[in-house]
Design a protein around this ligand. Structure first.
Ligand code: GLC
Ligand code: CA
Length: 538
């Protein structure tokens, strides 16, 4: 089926932290191959791999120096080909991460571009004249500091939205675009299932007018890429777009396939931060707005686009620590969050370890490795922000919360590596690990496995129309999905208190398919209790 991804569940792997096969402390492709049976047991249809291309690893692979090679820390191209075919044997497609907004400063294009204005690759990047110490504008980079970097050899500044080792590519240059499209087709011909497009809303920017996202030529470029590069039938394409609103998402995910299959939007992700602040400026989740946002996305894209559904990825904290309870009710709240997400319309993404209810790390600052965390810590220290406040922000929002090694066992290094891991393993692997959850019928893993199986069994998960229930209820997230005579009803107590059951009739004429508790207690919803009911067509 051309649109296989509509009924699919996609699993994200952060290769560096997934499974290490050779004891160097860094996860790698042979490690992933050794875990394909695990992924098949879970039941996922596709795996999105964060970048494994050749890279100096300034931003853990999101700084690519060769788009057609594999970084030696992850393995070889033969390993990659073997991963594609071994996954295929298990009915799993591999989705590659495409970083097209910038390359590494160690990419041969940039090495040449920075040597001379006459280089054929000079115009592959964004250069502006200026004088040393007088950058073209005061635009800042996402990882701190100025977005402009002076290069004395050419007497110009180059533009970088992210780290200084991630120069932005100049999408205005047609030769650059052609090279990228060739590269994409080359990967598609290897038999991969699709692409995740990093910061796709940054293509077509206009730095002279201070525009970095939603630039004037953005959708034109995406349509061109779709026509020229996404030509193989059946590819899934998902763009990362922090700036997406429902209107732009209808363009990105237009049902005619002119752009992408879907985008990751972040409206619900940006709610628990202080008004006007950054993600580090913490605020409680405004639950009613959270419901309003998800309701709006479900409704707006219905029939006019396609949602991607996610709570976690390699840039975000662990959902059970963020919105659930990673202490007493860890299992119940992880299940509640799983059901709430998987019942919605769209394609669900599971980030490695989410299916175990893995939690945030609470390490001292020196244990963190991420460039974004390190730059933020030094900036805030320089501004005199108290150390405890910095630590609180990192514990709540730091990207390394998602990047601690996958917890396979209760043994040494959680079974992730025989060597010494590149980042500390969360000590709670003694309690939270895949081996024990595979043995336990009531585990978070088994709950995810059941949700994935139910999605394959009942088309209403894919096609059913969404309707929000109890929009003003301060603790319960409830909705139905209806298709023909079938209806799903999802009811979730989002918090840790026992409350009266707000929908006591929900069970009438419906079957309880799944619950976050082993037993039923009529009249109440216990902490993080989540129920899924099904009414079937006659
Ligand atoms: C995206 C990636 C993130 C990376 C950034 C720059 O947001 O998800 O990990 O640092 O782009 O490539
Ligand atoms: Ca390794």
């Amino acid at each position: 089926m051309a649109e296989w991804w509509k009924s699919a569940v996609i699993y994200q792997i952060y290769p560096r932290s997934f499974a290490d096969s050779n004891g160097d402390g860094i996860g790698d492709i042979p490690g992933i191959i050794s875990k394909l049976d695990y992924l098949q047991t879970l039941g996922v249809d596709a795996v999105w791999l964060s970048p494994v291309y050749r890279s100096p690893q300034d931003d853990n692979g999101y700084d690519i120096s060769d788009y057609r090679d594999i970084d030696p820390i992850f393995g070889t191209m033969e390993d990659m080909d073997r991963l594609i075919s071994e996954a295929d044997k298990r009915g799993i497609r591999i989705i590659m991460d495409l970083v097209l907004n910038h390359s590494s400063d160690e990419h041969p294009w940039f090495i040449s571009a920075r040597q001379s204005r006459e280089s054929p690759w000079h115009d592959y990047y964004i250069w502006r004249d200026g004088a040393e110490d007088a950058p073209p504008s005061d635009m800042g980079a996402s990882f701190g500091g100025s977005a402009w970097e002076w290069v004395p050899e050419v007497g110009q500044y180059y533009f970088h939205q992210f780290s200084v080792k991630q120069p932005d590519l100049n999408w205005e240059n047609p030769a650059l675009r052609r090279e990228l499209y060739d590269m994409i087709r080359w990967w598609a011909d290897k038999g991969i299932g699709g692409f995740r497009l990093d910061v796709v809303d940054h293509l077509g920017k206009d730095p002279d007018r201070g525009i970095t996202v939603k630039g004037p030529r953005l959708h034109e470029f995406i349509r061109e890429m779709s026509r020229e590069a996404f030509v193989k039938p059946g590819l899934v394409t998902v763009g990362e777009a922090w700036s997406a609103d429902t209107e732009s998402a209808k363009l990105y995910s237009a049902p005619d396939g002119s752009e992408l299959s879907m985008v990751f939007q972040f409206e619900h992700i940006k709610l628990d931060q202080a008004e006007g602040g950054e993600k580090w400026d913490l605020a409680p989740l405004p639950f009613l707005r959270f419901k309003e946002v998800l309701n709006r996305w479900q409704t707006a894209l219905s029939g006019q686009g396609w949602n991607s559904l996610f709570w976690e990825n390699h840039d975000l904290p662990r959902s059970v620590s963020r919105w659930g309870d990673d202490g007493k009710y860890r299992t119940e709240s992880a299940k509640m969050l799983a059901l709430l997400l998987h019942g919605l319309q769209g394609t669900p993404y599971i980030y490695q370890g989410q299916e175990l209810g893995m939690t945030n790390a609470r390490y001292p600052l020196e244990e963190y490795r991420d460039i974004e965390i390190r730059n933020m810590v030094s900036e805030r220290r320089a501004k005199g922000v108290p150390e405890e406040e910095i630590l609180r922000s990192v514990h709540a929002k730091g990207r390394d919360n998602a990047r601690t090694p996958m917890q396979w066992t209760d043994g040494k290094n959680a079974g992730f590596t025989d060597g010494s891991p590149w980042i500390k393993v969360n000590p709670n692997h003694a309690d939270i690990n895949a081996a024990s959850q595979l043995e336990d019928e009531s585990s978070v893993f088994r709950f995810y496995q059941t949700l994935i199986r139910l999605r394959k069994t009942h088309p209403v998960f894919t096609d059913g129309t969404f309707e929000m229930l109890l929009p003003d209820h301060p603790a319960v997230f409830a909705y139905t999905r209806t298709e023909g005579g079938s209806q799903l009803l999802v009811m979730c107590n989002f918090f840790g208190d026992t409350i009266p059951d707000p929908l006591p009739e929900a069970g009438a004429g419906r079957r309880l398919l799944l619950s976050s508790y082993p037993d039923e207690k009529p009249g109440i919803l216990r902490p993080y209790e989540a129920r899924l009911y099904l009414k079937e067509s006659e």
